[in-house]
Design a protein around this ligand. Structure first.
Ligand SMILES: N[C@@H](CCC(=O)N[C@@H](CS)C(=O)NCC(=O)O)C(=O)O
Length: 226
């Protein structure tokens, strides 16, 4: 029995990652949503994970938390599904860029909050943010140029790697980040997945609002900071 604990679909980028892996690989699970940053949220989160954060994942009698740890656990639980590419070189690249994603890109996280409702264009981009964007583009171009013959995702076929970058796809799309053809094609492939559309639709339908992650607040930060 699998159960995934997630936050608000509109805002919780970390929750999206393992949810997408479960959906894309058709692994059965139940989901429980906890609305974040409300009075009772922390208490509810701590009932599932000592980190006090989502996502958390239950399998049988144990729980695992942290998005990438959940994805690796799913890979252990369902080896026949090939959640990572099987070729050792491809797997090494997929793991490297997924871990790089998981442990960095603070400017993108801080300046471009995920918000499924946002559709805008940034007035300007500061140097640290541009550096993060450039590195993402470098990763996407490398992966797509190397594996384009094997499918439309980063490593050809959809893998954990795509789930790790999914929130960036949504952010780049929300904030109109300029991309080249191959990168735009990747964004389109990701956005055309039923699972991604389901997450976006359910995020948009949510009623909670986090003012600091809403478009007016984000854009006002830009006009002050840049
Ligand atoms: N490194 C963690 C990050 C988890 C995280 O920061 N989750 C946020 C939501 S996206 C959270 O639970 N925030 C609620 C809180 O800190 O109270 C992961 O990969 O899962």
């Amino acid at each position: 029995m699998n159960r995934l604990i997630i936050g608000n679909k509109n805002y919780s980028s970390w929750s999206l990652r393992p949810w997408l892996v479960l959906k894309e690989f058709k692994i059965p699970f139940k989901e429980t949503r906890i609305a974040l940053y409300e009075d009772e949220s922390k208490q509810a989160l701590l009932e599932h994970a000592d980190s006090g954060k989502v996502p958390a994942f239950y399998h049988d009698n144990y729980v695992v938390w942290d998005s990438l740890a959940i994805c690796e656990t799913l890979n252990d639980l369902y080896p026949q599904e090939n959640l990572w590419p099987q070729d050792p070189a491809a797997k090494a690249l997929a793991r490297s860029v997924s871990n790089e994603m998981h442990s960095g890109f603070n400017e993108i996280r801080n300046q471009l909050p995920m918000n499924c409702r946002t559709q805008t264009t940034l007035p300007n981009i500061n140097a640290p943010l541009q550096q993060d964007i450039d590195r993402i583009r470098e990763i996407w171009s490398l992966c797509r140029n190397t594996y384009q013959d094997q499918g439309e995702f980063l490593m050809g076929e959809f893998s954990i790697c795509d789930a790790m970058f999914a929130p960036v796809v949504l952010r780049f799309n929300s904030y109109g980040i300029p991309l080249n053809d191959i990168e735009n094609q990747y964004v389109r492939s990701m956005l055309s997945l039923d699972s991604v559309q389901q997450w976006i639709d359910e995020g948009i339908a949510e009623t909670e609002r986090m003012p600091l992650n809403e478009v007016d607040s984000v854009l006002s930060t830009f006009s002050v900071k840049h």
